[in-house]
Design a protein around this ligand. Structure first.
Ligand code: FAD
Ligand code: NAP
Length: 345
């Protein structure tokens, strides 16, 4: 176990904010995690730091999860392969591994920063797919007993950017590995999302693209299309501090939507299976005039209104304060309260 006292967390946070913690412990085995939790039962858990915003120095220990390993498990199923992945593996490396091994299901989730262990926390999703599509189970260490428990999909209570670990079991478990079930060929790809469909068509000559449907497109083509779109559209945290979408897309009732449409006929909305409706937070923020707004060292990305950025030297408190101003203005103009997706520490 690597232990650093009074460590600056900035190198471990994609927002790049400078805050210190009492002790930073990097654990690479289950035994080290158990030791660390025994010594610091209330430690904060950090994966890749791409969804966390500390607003002040952390008056506690921080445990960085570095449990690695990607191991196929024999199930006897001829159509699928189960793979158990250490919580500290980089998510994008795992998705790339799947594509290299011609295993389908997660290719739409390419280039999402962070670790495998954090993926179930908010049921990460992009381009029409969420990680629970392939999820089998996870193993997690209970903080209080330091025993390993297994959670299947139902037990995780996955929802839209939600899981039981963000709600009822918040701060009670540390995820140590996740098992995914990937499809062997022939694959069924998901190219329903407009950006992906357009990018795929761009990458081919138009004659071929027109004749293509979901069955004949390869998972590698989808993966590469997603990587191209994301590289073009999203700010790279290595160049400009950010944590992706700062807010979740709000989900409202059909009645609320009807009232919004009567005043804003062009409002983008997406029907959900349960009859509710998802709104695009980026559109609401943009309508309030925030896109490209800059306040000193922090601001709203010029191409992506949902992404708050740290231009350099900005503090967590400055970023949070900007987020709160945006929340108020969206609430005033649309009567919709945005909730942060980023974990505020
Ligand atoms: P951290 O930021 O380190 O932690 C996030 C939370 O999970 C914290 O509360 C932490 O305590 C907890 N946690 C971390 N690891 C564990 C563990 N092993 N056990 C228990 N708790 C743990 N998200 C999406 O859903 N879709 C996207 O398309 C997407 N795009 C992004 C693009 C950019 C440029 C950026 C910067 C972020 C994006 N994100 C996206 C958000 C983020 O990448 C994901 O939420 C990711 O899963 C966070 O992983 P992490 O390892 O960095 O977690
Ligand atoms: P976009 O294509 O500009 O779309 C804006 C929003 O509309 C998205 O948030 C998306 O919701 C929703 N949307 C668009 N087409 C949809 C469809 N066919 N069905 C249902 N919902 C639809 O989005 P973007 O900003 O470029 O991001 C592309 C994808 O990457 C999105 O899935 C987004 O969630 C993901 N992403 C996430 C983060 C993060 O930090 N969480 C950061 C960057 C990108 P959904 O978000 O529910 O898909």
């Amino acid at each position: 176990m690597i232990v650093e006292d009074s460590a600056d967390l900035a190198p471990y946070l994609t927002f790049g904010v400078h805050v210190s913690c009492r002790h930073l412990l990097t654990v690479s085995t289950i035994e080290e995690l158990a030791q660390a939790l025994e010594q610091f039962p209330h430690a904060r858990i950090l994966g890749g730091g791409s969804n966390v915003l500390p607003t002040e120095d952390v008056d506690a220990a921080v445990i960085r999860i570095n449990l690695t390993g990607t191991k196929p498990i024999e199930t006897g199923n001829v159509n699928t392969v189960d793979v158990r992945v250490g919580a500290g593996e980089r998510w994008h490396d795992f998705v790339s591994w799947c594509v290299q091994h011609n295993l389908g299901g997660l290719e739409n989730l390419a280039l999402i920063p962070g670790t495998v262990g954090a993926a179930p926390m908010q049921n990460i999703g992009a381009y029409g797919v969420e990680q629970d599509r392939c999820f089998v189970e996870l193993q997690a260490m209970e903080r209080s007993s330091r025993q390993i428990h297994t959670f299947d999909r139902a037990a995780c209570e996955f929802g839209y950017r939600e899981s039981i670990f963000k709600n009822r079991l918040r701060d009670q478990y540390v995820i140590v590995s996740v098992t995914y079930r990937l499809d062997k060929p022939p694959h069924k790809v998901n190219v329903s999302y407009r950006d992906v469909a357009e990018e795929m068509a761009e990458g081919r000559n138009s004659e071929t693209a027109e004749g293509r449907n979901g069955e004949t497109v390869t998972i590698r083509e989808v993966y590469e299309a997603v990587v191209r779109i994301r590289t073009r559209k999203l700010p790279d945290p290595a160049e400009i501090g950010n944590a992706g979408s700062f807010f979740k897309n709000p989900v409202v009732s059909a009645e609320t939507l009807a009232s919004l449409v009567s005043q804003h006929s062009e409002i983008p909305h997406y029907a959900q299976a349960d009859g509710s409706v998802k709104l695009a937070a980026a559109w609401l923020i943009d309508q309030c005039g925030w896109k490209g707004y800059r306040d000193g060292r922090v601001g709203v990305h010029e191409h992506q209104a949902l992404v708050l950025v740290n231009y350099g030297g900005g503090s967590g408190a400055e970023i949070l304060s900007l987020g709160e101003r945006i929340q108020r203005s969206v609430s005033d103009q649309f009567g919709v309260m945005l909730t942060p997706e980023v974990n505020i520490w």
